[in-house]
Design a protein around this ligand. Structure first.
Ligand code: PGA
Length: 227
């Protein structure tokens, strides 16, 4: 199964860093992974024009759909027009800054309407983050959404749940919500990426801090070369 390595750069990066990544990152040579680039919005078109081999993801989108007088907003429709294939919604860092379940739902719905795959992030309290409406959308679009299990305690801390715990939660999420694609995020590095990616049925990983370091990311993608 081809796994997704979703690089969440958060509010980081520069044109110089983007350039060095584009020129240095390998193409998937044995198609065991697809590299999904979730750089800040402003870099996405640039990446695409330089190297169409990466899949583009946005880190967020507006709750509003379409186009119009919404200064500062970026809609899923605008993201679709530049070739974005995935949108991260409900990341804990956004929930902490005001995204409630209704706005996360609106973003997800906008992504789906634009034929973009939403990557819905949930933490250990997923029952309260997935409302009936969200669950209905997950079930209806089970093949076109990704659920990302991202325990808040693991994000940026270097402290991850055990592989068994991640496996268990992923299994529970799949049977509870019927979604086919489930990823894990939270302190994935070259030290644990192989174990995480090796979890039966996992669709991929969201990689934050480690995705900003070229050597780390290369080691996650091609562990054999770094043994
Ligand atoms: P981290 O971030 O890899 O730096 O823990 C992951 C995320 O926030 O998606």
């Amino acid at each position: 199964m081809t796994k997704l390595v979703i690089c969440n750069w958060k509010m980081n990066g520069s044109v110089q860093l983007v350039d060095s990544f584009i020129s240095s990152l390998p193409q998937s040579n044995d198609s065991c992974w697809n590299l999904v680039i979730a750089m800040p919005h402003v870099f996405l078109s640039y990446v695409n024009s330089k190297s169409p081999r990466f899949k583009l993801a946005a880190q967020d989108c507006s709750i509003y759909g379409g186009f119009g007088a919404r200064t500062g907003e970026i809609s899923a429709d605008i993201l679709a027009s530049i070739g974005v294939e995935y949108i991260i919604v409900g990341h804990s860092e956004r929930r902490a800054h005001g995204d409630d379940v209704e706005s996360v739902y609106a973003k997800m719905e906008n992504a789906v309407r634009c034929n973009i795959t939403p990557i819905l992030c949930v933490s250990d309290d997923y029952e309260s983050q997935i409302t009936n409406r969200t669950e209905e959308l997950l079930r209806r679009r089970r093949d076109a959404v990704i659920l990302a299990y991202e325990p808040v305690s693991a994000i940026g801390t270097g402290v991850t749940p055990s592989i068994d715990d991640i496996r268990e939660t992923i299994t529970r999420l799949r049977s509870r919500y019927g979604v086919n694609s489930i990823a894990y995020g939270g302190s994935v590095t070259s030290d644990n990426a192989q174990d995480v990616m090796g979890i039966n049925g996992i669709s991929g990983a969201l990689v934050g801090g480690a995705s900003l370091k070229l050597r780390e990311l290369s080691a996650i993608l091609n562990p054999r070369e770094f043994i």
